[in-house]
Design a protein around this ligand. Structure first.
Ligand SMILES: [Fe+2]
Length: 518
């Protein structure tokens, strides 16, 4: 069996030149790295079960500081028993004792067949700049992952995935050849095999595979990794799943949650542990965590889904609002205390808060746009803003996703026009999921999506930019004094779409203002 000839990992690489048929047949979901630190990282792959059942070999892992894997190469053996149906033949390996600020290359080998080579950089001990790619919302059936091909070529430290890595519901397909056909025969994930099928299918995409090989990922999740708009019913002790066939069936819901968590963990290169035997389902996994890059930046990743209580006012979209918005909690007490501690004890130049859903207030014709965002959890939002203001924490940047729109917003104390900015919020567009321009309901408000955007901006003056017509990704670039956010649009309907720099904003930390560059 042959390796792909002349593998190049230069930043100008063509994604597909890295892939060979052999590596694809043995490692059908590719390789990945994730949750990097100064001296550790999690490496990941999946071995084709048919190949493993036949050969029963051990898996080898090579790590080197050169792309040629010559000279200084470390070899690790992963026993054949570690590759099994228990984890759907996925394998994770935590590398430790690495050197800070260094580029490493790695690859797996099974039965004489090598995976494509992967690459990651450990965090530097000190730095005065960093670039991060931000992605969210990647429905496989609704678009190609061309954006990932562009991300692969970028010089970045890591990719933050804000969630909706998979979608548990799939009835239609904007791209017919990518239509989802669940093993259960349903339109929605019903059990562990359905979730596994989703990850296997999403990760069969070669653009996604190459991006995961060339950059470390830091994964969060949103609702669709489990069920649409889910929330925890504290009175009943399990999750509420609106419009789900299992809703209100305690055992089914808890079983489904276990399956969703287990499979997310199996397929994501995250550095955490599962406690699925804990009596309290809220303790089965802890996704919120933080990452430190020298004294320069702290990335605080929060989980806006698992601990929130049920969305208020009964209606999620275009709601008048109600008193309940003042009684809801998004983070849950334990996470909130942890979050405040991270902010208060921060000695970093920047806090980047990876927050899954829109933080800023957003109304249209006096109706809340979506109460599944922080608009449904107003009191807790005010508590966070009080905390930032009282403690004079003005070096935070919020990155967010979920809305299938690009948004740049001046986060104000109480979202009043003339108040000072507490921090900027930068939201990245969906990578491939359906955006507002592919829907119709906005027509009752305006003649075009562009006009609808203008109305939203006018009626929410803290919003500098809102775009419902694009798909793509964003790059956050931090220097000592500025946070630059560049939104790249990539047409999801074409496999060869070029990327376009759609808009660019810069936040000045000391002046606390956002300026548009493009
Ligand atoms: Fe989404």
């Amino acid at each position: 069996m042959l390796l792909a000839a002349s593998i190049s990992l230069s930043l100008n690489t063509d994604a597909f030149s890295l892939l060979s048929e052999d590596s694809f047949s043995v490692f059908p979901q590719g390789i990945a790295s994730g949750d990097p630190t100064e001296n550790s990282i999690v490496l990941w792959t999946r071995v084709n079960p048919d190949v493993h059942r036949k050969l029963k070999k051990k898996l080898k892992l090579y790590v080197s500081d050169s792309l040629e894997f010559s000279g200084n190469v470390k070899t690790f053996d992963i026993s054949s028993e570690m590759i099994s149906s228990v984890n759907d033949y996925t394998v994770r390996f935590k590398l430790r004792r690495l050197i800070p600020g260094k580029t490493y290359y790695y690859r797996f080998e099974y039965g004489g067949v090598r995976s494509i080579p992967g690459r990651f950089k450990t965090f530097p001990k000190n730095t005065d700049s960093i670039s991060i790619a931000v992605v969210t919302c990647q429905h496989y059936a609704d678009g190609y992952y061309t954006a990932y091909r562009h991300i692969s070529k970028k010089d970045i430290q890591f990719v933050v995935h804000l969630g909706d890595q998979i979608y548990e519901v799939s009835k239609f397909a904007k791209i017919p050849e990518r239509k989802i056909k669940f093993p259960s025969g349903e339109y929605i994930a019903m059990d562990i095999e359905d979730y596994r099928y989703l990850y296997r299918t999403y990760l069969s995409d070669k653009d996604y595979q190459v991006a995961r090989a060339l950059h470390p990922f830091i994964y969060l999740w949103d609702d669709h990794e489990f069920a649409n708009d889910y929330a925890f019913d504290y009175r009943k002790g399990y999750w509420n799943l609106p419009n789900h066939p299992y809703n209100k069936n305690r055992n089914r819901v808890l079983e489904l949650r276990k399956a969703a968590i287990k499979v997310w963990y199996e397929y994501s290169p995250v550095d955490m542990h599962l406690n699925l035997s804990d009596k309290n389902p809220l303790r089965w996994i802890k996704v919120y965590r933080s990452f430190n890059v020298g004294n320069f930046m702290q990335l605080i990743c929060t989980d806006e889904r698992s601990y929130r209580n049920i969305q208020p006012c009964k209606k999620i979209f275009l709601s008048k609002g109600c008193e309940e918005q003042l009684k809801t909690n998004m983070l849950g007490n334990t996470q909130k205390l942890w979050f405040f501690k991270k902010l208060k004890n921060s000695t970093f130049l920047w806090n980047v808060w990876a927050n899954e859903v829109l933080f800023s207030k957003l109304k249209v014709f006096d109706l809340y746009y979506k109460l599944d965002t922080w608009d449904g959890y107003i009191k807790e939002r005010e508590e966070i803003l009080d905390f930032l203001k009282k403690n004079r924490i003005f070096n935070t940047v919020i990155i967010s996703g979920d809305l299938h729109a690009a948004v740049v917003s001046n986060v104000k104390y109480r979202f009043k026009k003339d108040e000072e900015t507490i921090c900027p919020e930068f939201m990245t567009p969906a990578l491939s999921s359906i955006n507002l321009s592919e829907r119709k309901w906005w027509k009752r408000f305006s003649k075009s999506v562009e006009l609808f955007e203008s109305l939203q901006k006018f009626q929410n003056p803290w919003i500098e930019y809102i775009n419902h017509r694009i798909w793509g990704y964003s790059i956050l670039h931090l220097t000592n004094e500025t946070a630059r956010f560049t939104i790249f649009s990539v047409n999801k309907y074409r496999k060869d779409s070029p990327e376009r720099k759609e808009a660019e904003f810069v936040y000045h930390r000391l002046k606390r203002e956002i300026n548009r560059l493009l």
